[in-house]
Design a protein around this ligand. Structure first.
Ligand code: CP
Ligand code: NVA
Length: 324
């Protein structure tokens, strides 16, 4: 019996070690992203043609844990899972035993026996690493304080759709505003794809230093600025995010003051490339980090970007969840 137990433990370890997780944007290579984007375009074409069903997850369930609010991530993943023939199971904050302190190693081992993958939106990346350590199914980051890879996946896909034949690595992308989860993830994307990235953040609100240093080591075209006007000069895309993210509500008044001058408005857009597009992960606080004029302008791709979450995440699930 002891020998059988040891074998089972060895198999469990092997499955765990073979399982790939998507916690940071760096968890896939440039070549893998190229394949994922091709499939995302295929899924988008199918759906636009009225054919949304594809059976990759047929008969299987994907779990989603939300410890923070969500509109796009929740609905786009629910639709993606359904349209791949799977069944989404959503647990909001406080609904699972995690909120009562069940060990991540137990939660991950139990959920691995039911689910094909687990999407989780929470506070710290470490919570995902703790689950991943014991998980035999992919753990997919649906946003943490540090990262938002599923969003940047859709953003880069949107950018590629716009660029057509223009090479991605020749572009300059500008980030204006808070150096939080979105900015960190754009840094990782710049490291993976090699495009230029200029970030303009107010003093004290820069990106995570370790993420920045690692990204710059791989891509010297990444630069930090204080002046949004300097950062956006000639940029092919200007990208921003709210000044106070989820979990920072108490800092909102101070942040509104500290971020004065970091609004994306028509004057700032005019300093970028004449072909510049505007990106925002949404939800937006219109009138704070961006003006209504910019959100509603022809340069704004924010709703296309939101739609692309669905197509890109279908491709991501297909790539990360092995077919049975
Ligand atoms: N962009 C994004 O992740 O939106 P939600 O917070 O609505 O999921
Ligand atoms: N930075 C924002 C992104 C929302 C999608 C937040 O974390 O609230």
């Amino acid at each position: 019996m002891a020998e059988v137990g040891l074998k089972a433990a060895a198999v469990r370890l092997m499955v765990r070690e073979m399982t790939r997780h998507y916690i940071s944007f760096r968890d896939a290579s440039k070549e893998e992203y190229e394949a994922i984007f091709q499939r995302a375009a295929h899924f988008k074409g199918l759906r636009r043609g009225g054919k949304s069903l594809y059976p990759h997850l047929a008969g299987r369930a994907v779990g989603m844990i939300f410890n923070k609010p969500s509109t796009r991530t929740r609905v786009s993943f629910e639709c993606a899972i359904n349209e791949l023939g799977g069944h989404p199971i959503v647990l909001s904050s406080g609904e699972s035993q995690i909120s009562r302190g069940e060990a991540p190693s137990h939660t991950a081992r139990v959920l691995s026996r039911y689910l094909a993958a687990l999407v989780i939106r929470t506070y710290e990346d470490q919570e995902l690493f703790d689950l991943a350590e014991s998980s035999a199914i992919p753990i997919i980051n649906g946003l943490t304080n540090q990262k938002h890879p599923c969003q940047v996946l859709a953003d880069v896909f949107t950018l590629l759709e716009t660029l057509g034949e223009e090479p991605l690595e020749d572009q300059l992308i500008a980030w204006v505003g808070d150096g939080h989860n979105m900015a960190n993830t754009w840094l990782e994307a710049a490291a993976v794809f090699g495009f230029g990235l200029h970030l303009a953040c107010p003093p004290g609100y820069g990106p995570d230093l370790a993420v920045y240093k690692e990204a710059v080591a791989d891509n010297p075209k990444i630069k930090l600025f204080e002046s949004p006007q300097e950062a956006v000069k000639g940029a092919r895309a200007i990208n921003t995010d709210v000044f106070a993210s989820m979990g920072q509500e108490k800092e909102r008044a101070k942040r509104l003051k500290d971020f004065a001058g970091y609004q994306v408005n028509a004057e700032l857009m005019a300093l970028a490339s004449p072909k510049a597009i505007f990106l925002h992960c949404l939800p937006a606080h219109v009138g704070e980090e961006v003006t209504e004029e910019v959100v509603e302008s022809p340069a704004s791709l924010v709703f296309e970007e939101a739609e692309n979450r669905l197509h890109a995440q279908k491709a991501l699930l297909e790539f990360f969840v092995p077919r049975l």
